[in-house]
Every structure is written in C-alpha cells, then in structure tokens.
Design a protein around this ligand. Structure first.
Ligand code: VGL
Ligand code: ZN
Length: 201
C-alpha cells in the first residue's frame, strides 16, 4: 500500500467516454482493469465525474449553426464545442460499470456551471475558479498524485498540468489513460506535460 502522502486521481471514467458513448474515446474501457488494480494500491483515491446540465455552453447543440469539434470564443478563451455528453442524471454520466468505485474516498463533479467548462479537476476553464480539490488533498496531507483516466489530452492533461503548477509531484500512467486526439491535441498535451516536469510512465 502506498503512503498517505500519495493519491490516485482517476478522471472521468464514464459511459459517455467509453465505446458506445456520446463522446467515445477509442478503447476508453480498456483502462478499467489497470485503474481498478491501482485503486487497491493507493490509500487515497479520488474519482472525477464530468457533470453537465443539458444547457451547457460546451455543447455544439446549444449554439445553433455550429458543429461538434469546432472551436468557439468564450469570455474565458477558446472552447472546443462537443457533442452533448455526461448530462446530469443520464446513463452516459454514470461511471462505467466495470470501474470499482468502492475504493474511492471522494467523487468530485465538475463542469456543472452552464457558462463554463471544466476540463481540469482543479480549476474551471477560466483557469482560476477552483473546484476545491486542491484544499481537499492538502488538508489530507497529500503531496504526490498519480493521474489516470479519460481523456489523456483533455481532462487528464489539464488536471496534471494544474496539479504540477500547484506544486504537487505528478505522475501520469499512460497505460491507464486513453486520448481523444483532436487536431494534434495529444502531441501538444504530451509536450506540455513533459515541459511541466510531469513524470510520464
Ligand atoms: C472531456 C471533453 C469534454 C474529458 C470532458 O473528460 O477529457 N473532454 N468534456
Ligand atoms: Zn465535458
């Protein structure tokens, strides 16, 4: 068992990011056995859940004339418009049934404000509105984080980069992540994570 200074953060392992889901990541469900095994090894584990109201501003359907995977300028910066996904209360928003959620200490929901997306588990996409996760981890004495989940190049990368910026010692387990890879987003995310001193294994 790992030390109490280490936490596992498993990002968005939900039906909509798995094969058959509204924003399916190729082989997204293939990471589940590895994530379940890691959860047994960590004393502190956090799961996140992408959690959007139906009127969320990141959904292309809420901006007539736009198409999914295009970009739109928001008050807080550029935002990719997505197919509607992880709608609060829907089957797509539930954790994949293969994920053993019994081991998690905290389930953190993010993206519930209709006006702003939240890729990162630490800050909304304005990069300054906190989710509270930093305080939770620090008050429990956590200083090192291992990140896994979906999708490597969006929610996992944003979370890893914010964690590194906040001063956590961050490890990304690529065997327990899968990417969307939209217009080179995976290369960009990997380059940024390497530059931030994140240990990628
Ligand atoms: C995610 C796009 C939109 C993710 C969430 O979990 O990576 N990507 N919402
Ligand atoms: Zn989302």
């Amino acid at each position: 068992m790992r030390a109490l200074s280490e936490a596992l953060i498993a990002i968005d392992i939900q039906n909509d990011f798995c094969p058959g889901g509204a924003l399916a990541v190729t082989d997204g469900d293939a990471i589940i056995p590895a994530v379940n095994a890691l959860m047994e090894d960590f004393a502190i584990t956090v799961l996140t859940q992408d959690w959007h109201p139906a009127n969320h501003s990141s959904f292309a359907a809420n901006h007539p004339g736009t198409t999914p995977f295009s970009q739109m300028q928001m008050p807080y910066g550029a935002q990719v418009l997505w197919p509607a996904h992880c709608v609060i209360g829907s089957h797509g928003a539930e954790f994949h049934k293969g994920l053993n959620t019994d081991h998690s200490d905290l389930i953190l929901r993010k993206g519930f404000n209709p006006a702003i997306d939240s890729y990162s588990a630490f800050f909304e996409n304005d990069r300054q509105t906190p989710t509270g996760l930093e305080g939770y981890l620090r008050t429990r004495g956590v200083s090192a984080l291992t990140l896994v989940g979906l999708a490597t190049d969006f929610c996992v990368a944003y979370s890893a980069l914010d964690a590194a910026k906040l001063g956590f010692d961050v490890t990304l387990r690529t065997d327990a992540c899968r990417a969307i890879d939209l217009d080179g987003s995976m290369d960009q995310a990997m380059t940024a994570m390497q530059a931030a001193g994140i240990s990628i294994t």
